[in-house]
Design a protein around this ligand. Structure first.
Ligand code: HEM
Length: 428
């Protein structure tokens, strides 16, 4: 597992474990702090406005009625790529402007389609086979060659970015903030040049498709629940009514309690990382919230684990547990986050008592980035468009399937993520 992660992202934060992870994370945390994220808001807003403008052109041009079935995941993926390029490492992808870019092509080729069956089997066996045998099975495959090509390209590209950021020195993006923090740290606690370079591949992977797919699931839910959609629009209008400047502030966004509840509810129902694989770093005991009866009839209230035990965290299952969320756990009901009974909830996860961004020392470092980005894009889209599901046929019915390691919307038999929604411009 760590080997393929290293091939894709080098020795960045997603790859690191133990002491190396603690050191890297300690230096990176401030670059993702709440005040730092607020400085990103204008760029989120500019990208969201550009998305709305391009989408409007597509909808109005193609249909005189001002509505059209649009694959929203394509648009959202381009938007979040432009954002992570500029705010992550000061690079202009220009994908909303239709620019072709070799890095974008490399990145897309890596994540397109569901994996073939043999790779899913290999992944399942991964943990249980000796490493040498894995090398023998894995090394000659086309997937291995693809990963090698990607990692060589990425290293070269990222080196250029880091060199440029060092020379320019005043960038506002995450990498520039990180480079400055690294320079002022005790040398024993700093990131090496290679570790710094490899954070770019890490940010590109972790900060792009994750948010695009979560936003896509948001639109899917909001399209199926028009009364929720209207309520979000009304909340935005109420905030606007008290403002005389065009741009909303971070405080305005935070005050939209219902909109935030709809985001939490989407992240609850559609965690894009459905299962997380962890390894116990020491002998430990996992306490259970309520006792269970084992196959042998024994009642247990905790599970001992030995160092090295592999533990799968079923995020998708936790997020829909009726014991936590109620009998209507499978339904989209944002109100549950407005009148949440805190006494019934253990405080788990970094956001909304959910496991979607995980928890603990390796929980998602970019969750504040992702939430603010989602809030901004959602507000802009819902102020300008109405979303509804297209007529349901085999060609338009959406299923949740794994693609590129993330749960994606797909139609039956499709190889790529797709989310067609009827988009209607609200412009008179
Ligand atoms: C809705 C969007 C996102 C979701 C659902 C998400 C979810 C996750 C999850 C489940 C993990 C694994 C945590 C673990 O292993 O315990 C993770 C890790 C990570 N995420 Fe996110 N993420 C999102 C957006 C972002 C963004 C926008 C960024 C960066 C700008 C980012 C950067 C990272 C990094 C660097 C890690 C590795 C953290 C570590 O190992 O210490 N993520 N994310």
């Amino acid at each position: 597992m760590q080997k393929s992660t290293e091939l894709m992202f080098g020795r960045g934060l997603v790859w690191a474990t133990g002491e190396i992870h603690r050191r890297q994370r300690g230096i990176m945390n401030p670059a993702f702090s709440a005040p730092q994220m607020r400085t990103f808001l204008p760029m989120f807003q500019d990208s969201a406005s550009k998305l709305a403008q391009m989408l409007k052109e597509e909808v109005i041009d193609a249909e005189p009625s001002g509505q059209l079935v649009v694959d929203m995941i394509g648009w959202l993926s381009r938007t979040t790529l432009d954002i992570i390029g500029e705010l992550g490492f000061g690079f202009q992808f220009g994908s909303l402007d239709g620019l072709e870019n070799p890095l974008r092509k490399q990145n897309e080729s890596l994540f397109i389609g569901t994996p073939p069956r043999y790779r899913l089997i290999l992944k399942t066996l991964w943990y249980y086979l000796p490493e040498l045998l894995l090398d023998l099975i894995y090394l000659p495959t086309p997937r291995y060659r693809q990963l090698r090509r990607y990692s060589a390209f990425m290293r070269n590209f990222s080196q250029g970015i880091v060199e440029r950021s060092i020379i320019e020195g005043d960038g506002k993006d995450v990498m520039s903030v990180l480079l400055r923090a690294n320079a002022s740290e005790d040398p024993r606690r700093t990131l090496s040049d290679i570790e710094m370079v490899d954070q770019i591949a890490t940010l590109l992977f972790a900060g792009h498709d994750t948010t695009a797919k979560s936003l896509t699931w948001y639109l899917y839910e909001i399209a199926r629940n028009p009364e929720c959609q209207e309520r979000v629009r009304a909340e935005i209008a109420a905030i606007r009514a008290n403002k005389w400047v065009e741009k909303l502030s971070a405080t305005d966004l935070e005050s939209m309690a219902y909109t935030l509840a709809t985001i939490k509810e989407t992240l609850r129902l559609h965690p894009i990382v459905n299962v997380m694989h962890k390894e116990a770093t020491r002998d430990d005991v996992i306490p259970l919230s309520s006792p269970i009866v084992t196959k042998s009839g024994e009642q247990v209230s905790s599970i001992p684990v030995r160092k090295g035990t592999l533990v799968d965290l079923a995020v998708g299952v936790y997020n829909r547990l009726p014991e936590i969320w109620g009998a209507d756990a499978n339904e989209f009901k944002p109100e549950r986050f407005l009148d949440i009974d805190k006494s019934n909830h253990s405080n788990i996860g970094v956001f909304g008592n959910l496991m979607t961004f995980s928890s603990g020392p390796s929980g998602c470092i970019g969750w504040r980035f992702a939430v603010l980005e989602m809030q901004t894009i959602i507000v802009t889209l819902l102020e300008n468009f109405e979303f509804s599901p297209p007529p349901q046929t085999e060609k338009t019915r959406i299923y949740r399937k794994p693609a590129g390691g993330l749960m994606a919307p797909m139609v039956e038999g499709g190889r790529c993520a797709w989310m067609g929604l009827v988009v209607k411009s609200l412009e008179e």
